[in-house]
Design a binder for this molecule. Structure first.
Ligand SMILES: [Zn+2]
Length: 303
């Protein structure tokens, strides 16, 4: 009950903007915080880095104006890896931190990140009371959000998180109601920048994919962060036919006990001719979009 109450208190403090269909834009006065620079990112480009956090999930994006969005933070103990990865770009502040769903391989590292990096907004799904987990990782996350004083925004289908200069970030899922399986609460995020687009599935499984197909929302995306670490429970053929990814990124740990990614998923990705990048094989993977084309770099080469 304690955890349910904490989640409720946080979500009751949700900004009125979260319920606003039109969404909002980042305020201009936050710009001075961004001193992002590196060889790989320059103003006007969108950089997405899928961080190698072993068996887990974490990625951050630097928008063309320098705003930063972090989606998930790997297992407990991986917060340092995430902070280190962002340090390469001299990131000093997170504008949007998305905690896709309350499994420790996604949120475990986020408490450390929240306590060490100023964070403007935290986006997380509302979990039905009967599904709220009572894990220490989840409780630590809620405590860290509270301590960070970040604004809390409810992740839900139809939320427009950001829209500025040819770049928009939308949340396509979850919808309301009990899901029983926490994976299906995953905040599904799509970034569109000019002619290019990126879809982040969290651990959403096939039932969510079906809902997304029915919803009529734009799914077609150049880069798909495959759902649930490339598990056979996600990336159905119908869904892949709608997304038509040119590239798929799979975040999985070397020799993980789940056998992720599953051979069936890899076969389906091959069928839609997606080039597959894997953190277990290539380490961290970086994609840079200039609004027309996307270039990839990986820590350990391209296979
Ligand atoms: Zn996971």
């Amino acid at each position: 009950m304690k955890v349910i109450r904490k989640l409720l208190i946080l979500l009751l403090s949700v900004s009125l903007l979260a319920g606003c269909e039109a969404g909002y834009e980042s305020s201009e006065n936050t710009q001075s915080f961004h001193t992002v620079h590196s060889d790989g990112w320059q103003a006007g480009s969108l950089l997405v880095e899928y961080i190698d956090v072993g068996q887990g999930d974490s990625s951050f994006s630097i928008f063309p104006d320098g705003e930063v969005m972090l989606i998930d933070g790997g297992e407990v103990g991986q917060g340092a890896t995430v902070l280190e990865a962002m340090k390469k770009y001299n990131i000093q502040k997170i504008d949007f931190l998305v905690a896709t769903h309350p499994h420790s391989d996604h949120i475990g590292g986020l408490a450390e990140v929240l306590l060490k990096m100023p964070t403007e907004k935290v986006i997380l799904p509302r979990i039905a009371d009967e599904d709220v987990p009572t894990t220490l990782a989840y409780e630590n996350l809620l405590d860290a959000i509270y301590e960070s004083h970040a604004e809390v925004v409810e992740a839900k289908a139809g939320l427009e998180l950001y829209k500025k200069n040819n770049l928009s970030v939308t949340c396509l899922s979850p919808t309301q109601g009990s899901k029983k399986n926490l994976n299906n609460y995953s905040a599904v995020i799509r970034i569109s920048y000019g002619d290019t687009s990126f879809l982040f599935m969290g651990d959403a499984e096939k039932s969510v994919e079906k809902q997304l197909l029915k919803s009529g929302q734009e799914l077609c995306s150049d880069v798909l962060k495959a759902g649930h670490h490339g598990s056979n429970t996600a990336s159905s053929e119908e869904f892949l036919q709608a997304v038509l990814p040119k590239y798929a990124v799979i975040s999985a740990g070397t020799g993980n006990s789940y056998g992720h990614p599953h051979a069936e998923t890899l076969k389906r990705l091959q069928k839609v001719k997606a080039e597959v990048f894997r953190t277990d094989k290539q380490g961290s993977i970086t994609a840079i979009s200039n609004a027309q084309t996307i270039d990839f770099n990986t820590e350990r080469g391209r296979s």
